[in-house]
Unconditional design. Structure first.
Length: 202
């Protein structure tokens, strides 16, 4: 299995450095995954694999519950912990069965929660029902992801510098800082001017 994993990593590097061609990356992922597909399921008898799986489970469910609280508030209860856990479980099962990558850890992240809040805000401003609007947004996102994966456009990542990643990280940090400060101000602000209830909440 070690030799197969080494060849998998070598193939991934060689594919990412090649030119953009249709379905080249997807075919390479499936070919390399096929060599270790059955061992991914049979090696569960190892205590090391079992302990790692349990660790990944709890590291995935903790942010799901945490971010679901913010998502419940930002979407006024349309999305909550139940929806987040169910979608995480379904996508995790599908990726483990049909995914071409050796290990894909799916879960709710900060940018996802901000995206859901932004979609809800837009749906309210435009007078559209939230759930159908969210479904169409995710369907179009899946189409764009499929086209990017089919064209092996991940090979273009070698032209992306750390500046883009750091700029995006700074954007997320500022959004969280603004959201946190806005939440604290809301807790401390009351109609009668008494901030004791907000202070106790903090």
């Amino acid at each position: 299995m070690t030799d197969a994993f080494s060849s998998m990593m070598h193939s991934t590097k060689s594919t990412s450095s090649s030119k953009s061609q249709w379905f080249v990356g997807m075919k390479s992922d499936l070919d390399t995954r096929r060599a270790v597909y059955w061992s991914d399921w049979t090696d569960i008898s190892s205590w090391k694999i079992l302990s790692s799986s349990i660790f990944i489970f709890f590291t995935s469910i903790t942010p799901a519950v945490t971010f679901s609280l913010y998502m419940t508030k930002s979407t006024e209860g349309n999305l909550g912990a139940m929806e987040i856990l169910l979608s995480t479980a379904l996508t995790g099962a599908l990726f483990s069965i049909f995914g071409g990558q050796p290990m894909v850890i799916l879960g709710v992240t900060g940018p996802v929660t901000i995206l859901m809040a932004s979609i809800y805000t837009l749906s309210q401003q435009w007078g559209l029902p939230f759930m159908p609007f969210l479904a169409w947004a995710q369907l179009w996102a899946s189409v764009m992801h499929f086209l990017l994966a089919s064209g092996n456009y991940c090979a273009l990542l070698r032209y992306v510098t750390q500046f883009s990643c750091e700029t995006f990280g700074m954007l997320i940090a500022w959004i969280y800082l603004y959201t946190g400060c806005h939440g604290i101000i809301d807790m401390l602000s009351t109609k009668n001017g008494d901030a004791s209830a907000g202070s106790q909440s903090l």
